[in-house]
Design a protein around this ligand. Structure first.
Ligand code: UFG
Length: 340
């Protein structure tokens, strides 16, 4: 069964392609390489033994994306990842974020309607919850006004999908990702941050490899057990597997609701310090760090209730924090070896 994946060469997209192929699906990729490199496609082939069809197009380019639908008439579902994703950058370039993230979604939905493709899995984010009132967060909790334009594009996209599915030509599964980290166990796929990383894990791995001098921990005066912020880190391979379960549900389960939302995390709250210490212990390497001020807009603590995904999707995160830090580090070392 053919599945179209926008952003299929990105961090989460590339791992999802591998899992889909290993589950017997035939993925077709659209990616403009704005946050990836061509070698990711070669590496997908190294892992799976096959090279998926890949179109190096911008998902906002309606004429080109139409050609993809026209050439592949039996697409059964779309997984839509293609989007800009840096929270800080989204505050400096709000229009670019609204344009890319919303136009790409509308383009894909218009063409799905035109070509009668009735199933979509959408890459949403825990960012839609803002600073939650109760922990762990469940899918029913009210969303709060977003602090970043990135976050509001995810909220708006969820709203667009909810309203569109109400017309019954489309079914959607919205996956709210918590904090994806890790890399493929082969060290052939992982995250390729643009410039200086904003996220914790790539900053830690780049510090370990000497690209960055030291890590700054953004505040240790929060009301958490060790004073640093708490997040729900999830291994990217577990996250990729959740997409296969979502596609299975859309294509193989009769009578499901037209629009469903699932948290995709581990359910465990991990502090910044715990993450750094686990990285040091598992990989036997020191991370030089200092404590700096709080980062504007950071939620103090957020982690998921994943009961709904466990029960309805039959999915559960399986990989540990040790797996996440080990695989992230192996990927960073692979990138270093590639450059040398
Ligand atoms: N942190 C540091 N030092 C750094 C980088 C991060 O201390 O150099 C801290 C942050 O302040 C935060 C924690 O590590 O407390 C995690 O920060 P990340 O930037 O890795 O992740 P966020 O939780 O801020 O955001 C991530 C994604 C968003 C997504 C969000 C959902 O970047 O795209 O999770 O909760 F929307």
């Amino acid at each position: 069964m053919k599945i179209l994946i926008t952003g299929g060469l990105g961090f989460i997209g590339s791992h999802t392609i591998v899992e889909l192929m290993q589950a017997g699906y035939e993925p077709i990729i659209i990616d403009d390489l704005s946050n990836s490199e061509p070698f990711m496609l070669d590496n997908i082939q190294k892992i799976t033994g096959q090279k998926p069809k890949c179109y190096l197009y911008d998902a906002c380019d309606k004429d080109r994306v139409r050609n993809v639908f026209a050439e592949n008439t039996d697409i059964k579902a779309v997984i839509h990842f293609a989007a800009k994703k840096a929270v800080g950058e989204s505050m400096k370039q709000p229009l670019a974020y609204y344009r890319t993230n919303l136009v790409s979604l509308l383009t894909v939905l218009d063409l799905m309607q035109e070509f009668k493709v009735g199933n979509i899995v959408f890459a949403s984010s825990a960012t839609v919850y803002g600073e939650p009132e109760k922990l762990p967060v469940t899918e029913e909790m009210p969303l709060q006004k977003s602090l970043s334009s990135y976050g509001s594009t995810k909220q708006m996209a969820e709203d667009i999908l909810e309203k569109t599915t109400a017309n019954h030509w489309l079914k959607a599964i919205l996956l709210r990702f918590f904090n994806p980290v890790g890399a493929h166990h082969t060290a052939l796929l992982g995250e390729l941050p643009n410039g200086v990383p904003n996220n914790l894990m790539p900053y830690v791995t780049q510090t370990a490899s000497g690209i960055r001098k030291e890590l700054t921990i953004n505040g240790n005066d929060y009301s958490t057990p060790d004073g640093t912020c708490v997040r729900d880190y999830i291994h990217v391979v577990d996250l990729a597997k959740a997409h296969v379960k979502a596609i299975d549900r859309l294509l193989k389960t009769a009578e499901t609701p037209v629009c469903e939302v699932f948290n995709i995390g581990t359910g465990a709250g991990i502090s910044v310090l715990e993450m750094v210490e686990t990285f040091e212990k598992v990989n036997n390497i020191k991370i030089p760090y200092r404590v700096g001020p709080r980062r504007a807009g950071d939620a103090e603590s957020i982690y998921a209730s994943c009961e709904k995904a466990n029960k309805i999707l039959g999915w559960k995160a399986e990989l540990s924090l040790a797996d996440m830090v080990r695989d992230s580090w192996n990927w960073e070392k692979y990138l270093k070896d590639r450059k040398e």
